[in-house]
Design a protein. Structure first.
Length: 373
């Protein structure tokens, strides 16, 4: 590209930290670096016009796991590991709120519920039975019971008689969250370049050469915070997972407020004012949804509409306003990858669909790792 001296000198010279990805992790990482080293030169490269992962494309759940998700985690992790995961998520949410302020992210602690379809009787009975066990596991973190049995006071249809309630679950506005993070980053002197895709990088003894689709630059340290797109840069422990979402047009007298989980968290819905957001369904076709390409499929969109009509809004007319998808980063383990890859390269990825909960903390921890070495 044809840069002037002023542009080269101001934007592309003497870069201390280059961060790939302007999502919740990348922005928090940059802010932490600036907090600890105010005179450092930090640049963020983002391939989209807006963050292309899941930071502004998720459902806005400030949650740490439904009862069935935690029980599923216990089949693959030890009790201690699951407790650490939940603790990390709660600490991450506290850090998010502390850093940005509840009013700026529209934080509303309306509680969360898990529903079970009529075909999920076995899972439903196991979850009710094991509530005391999970509460005991989480008591050191919350100092009180987390989950309890609730009546179906919302009039949901074609589900098991009882719901599982979690009073600690909340919702936020992720658009406002990201706008606030960008505002803070720009105010701290962090430079963000959108529409720049990092294609590769080369490491030398003293710096990293970053090759993009528009220009090359040098930086003393490189931090990969692309989560669902991490495999494109050689981090094979992260698999992309596309999540599809839809939202209705305004509806009068929605009979519920809060956040709701269904089918081990593979489906989820909530109110956004007088609209209903409904998302999930990648378990219908894991192979197709293991992609980092933005897009929609009739299979999943039709299932979302069907569940919305038959379980949630059976007696209410509604129209779909829009649908979209976002890319998460998942893997065999739920613990995020926060590593130094080489002398000058670091990564904070694999947020496992818990970006709101742990993105702030992962950003802080990967920044601290890069600052130390």
């Amino acid at each position: 590209m044809n840069f002037s001296f002023w542009e080269t000198d101001s934007w592309f010279s003497d870069i201390d930290y280059c961060i790939i990805g302007s999502g919740i992790t990348g922005l928090n990482c940059a802010l932490r670096i600036k907090e600890q080293k105010p005179n450092s030169k930090v640049i963020i490269l983002e391939k989209g016009m807006l963050p292309e992962g899941a930071s502004t494309k998720n459902a806005g759940f400030a949650c740490f796991g439904s009862i069935s998700e935690i029980l599923e985690d216990l089949t693959n992790h030890s009790q201690g590991e699951v407790a650490k995961l939940v603790k990390m998520r709660t600490e991450g949410l506290e850090l998010l709120r502390k850093n940005l302020g509840d009013e700026f992210i529209d934080y509303q602690n309306l509680g969360g519920y898990e529903l079970f379809t009529e075909s999920d009787k076995e899972l439903y009975e196991e979850c009710l039975k094991r509530i005391p066990e999970v509460n005991e596991l989480l008591r050191p973190i919350f100092a009180e019971d987390v989950f309890e049995i609730s009546e179906n006071k919302f009039g949901f249809w074609n589900i098991q008689p009882k719901l599982v309630y979690n009073k600690f679950e909340a919702q936020i506005d992720t658009g406002k969250m990201m706008a606030r993070l960008v505002e803070k980053a720009v105010g701290s002197g962090i430079r963000i370049l959108n529409g720049v895709e990092v294609e590769s990088y080369k490491e030398s003894e003293k710096f990293i050469s970053v090759i993009t689709n528009k220009f090359d630059l040098h930086a003393k340290k490189l931090i990969i915070a692309t989560n669902g797109f991490a495999a494109r840069l050689g981090i094979d422990q992260v698999k992309p997972a596309r999540a599809q979402v839809l939202i209705t047009k305004p509806i009068k007298n929605i009979p519920f407020k809060g956040t709701f989980h269904l089918d081990k968290g593979y489906y989820y819905f909530r109110n956004i004012g007088d609209r209903v957001l409904f998302g999930g369904g990648r378990n219908l076709d894991f192979q197709t949804e293991e992609t980092d390409e933005i897009g929609l499929t009739d299979l999943i969109q039709n299932r979302l509409k069907e569940l919305l009509k038959t379980c949630v809004l059976r007696e209410t007319e509604f129209e779909i306003q829009q649908s979209w998808s976002g890319i998460m980063g998942v893997g065999a383990q739920k613990k995020p990858i926060i590593n130094q890859i080489s002398n000058h390269v670091y990564c904070g990825v694999r947020l496992g669909g818990m970006g709101i909960a742990i993105g702030s903390l992962v950003g802080k921890e990967i920044a601290d790792l890069a600052l130390k070495s």
